[in-house]
Design a protein around this ligand. Structure first.
Ligand code: COI
Length: 360
């Protein structure tokens, strides 16, 4: 039976002054709304106990399996306020499908897509007054699932916690949508063939943190990973997919090979590309092709994309012995692509793909 996530009887709400204070400078993922959605799963009962409740600490015993074996997955999607005050989600079913796939890979129970979407919709509806209306602002929704069984044997947990929290956000990068520099990591890998690369699990992000630190030390905002086997093929950034635009107007991104997260923004950009005069191409891209293409001018633009980052232009790729710089002032496609997606999400142009779903 479907989970319900009904509104609580006596919800508590912070004052409007607190929310307006947050909206003035939300940053990314620093503030959280009044409520959260939760549900439980156990081997005996299956999914049960779906509800909305006050945002509060989650109490789990130290023996809870997630603390030891990192059996955890998550998602990220956004709710947008349109100019008439209504609130809309972007492609929640796509996130629900990916959450199902991530659960399978991490040996977690599959939460039916219908329950995922209901939980997200209900939380966004209850906390709709937190959805900011400023430029590039939105409510970032973070569904996640974790092993909650108190047991130290290494096997899939027999009890699990699912929750959704929500955070009013502005730009992911502190510099806004300004171009960023990227550090090339060939020393460290994010994932390996047969691993968890295409699942959205915390462990993949944990593996990216040390190389990400090294990137910060080099003045870079993100790290670019190549494949673990040959150290030859571009895969993705620490928390985003990578695209390049060629001199002959191809929008190229590494093909999904099991190591790359199938981004919803990635898929959306490939879909709208022809509307902006670009030919979408998914194929293997070598590091050599990127560096020599930047130098020769065959590659005109590079950008990072994801739900959190939307589209962020890349100014340079740096490695210990070289720097490859893009002339971002000559970029003609990245900003129109970004604006096209944002125009759909904020309801400024027609949603011809049926991607938007009204919440309130
Ligand atoms: C997203 O774009 O939603 C991400 O998950 C990236 C990062 C914040 C983990």
């Amino acid at each position: 039976m479907a989970l319900s996530f009904d509104f609580p009887d006596n919800p508590s709400f912070l004052g409007d002054d607190v929310i307006e204070g947050v909206w003035a400078d939300p940053g990314f993922g620093q503030y959280f709304t009044d409520h959260m959605a939760v549900a439980k799963w156990s081997l005996e009962e299956g999914w049960h106990g779906g509800r909305l409740t006050d945002y509060a600490q989650v109490s789990m015993e130290p023996a809870s399996a997630v603390y030891h074996y990192a059996q955890e997955i998550f998602e990220g999607l956004k709710a947008y306020r349109h100019s008439d005050g209504s609130v809309w989600l972007f492609r929640p079913e796509a996130n629900a499908k990916r959450f199902e796939n991530s659960a399978r890979r991490l040996a977690l129970p599959v939460l039916p897509a219908e329950d995922f979407v209901t939980s997200v919709r209900q939380l966004a509806a209850l906390d709709a007054r937190w959805v900011p209306g400023g430029a590039e602002q939105s409510l970032y929704l973070r569904p996640f699932m974790m092993a909650a069984e108190n047991f130290l044997g290494v096997r899939p947990a027999q009890s699990v916690l699912y929750a959704v929290i929500a955070s009013p956000v502005g730009s992911y990068f502190s510099g806004g949508v300004a171009p960023v520099d990227i550090w090339l990591s060939t020393q460290y890998s994010r994932v390996a063939p047969g691993g968890t690369g295409s699942a959205k699990c915390g462990g993949n992000y944990a593996a990216s943190l040390l190389p990400q630190e090294l990137a910060y030390q080099q003045g870079c905002s993100q790290v670019l990973f190549v494949d673990a086997a040959e150290k030859r093929w571009i895969e993705e950034l620490g928390g985003m997919n990578l695209f390049m635009i060629t001199a002959d107007d191809e929008l190229v991104t590494p093909e999904l090979n099991g190591n790359i997260l199938p981004g919803v923004t990635r898929d959306s950009l490939l879909t709208v590309a022809p509307e902006l005069g670009l030919k979408p191409v998914e194929r293997q891209v070598s590091l050599e092709e990127v560096t020599s293409g930047i130098t020769s001018g065959a590659i005109r633009e590079l950008f990072a994309c994801g739900t959190a980052a939307v589209i962020t232009p890349i100014r340079s790729l740096k490695s210990p012995d070289a720097e490859y710089v893009i002339d971002v002032d000559k970029a003609t496609h990245t900003i129109p692509l970004c604006n096209h997606l944002l125009d759909i999400q904020y309801g400024r142009i027609a949603d011809t793909h049926g991607w938007m779903q009204q919440v309130v």
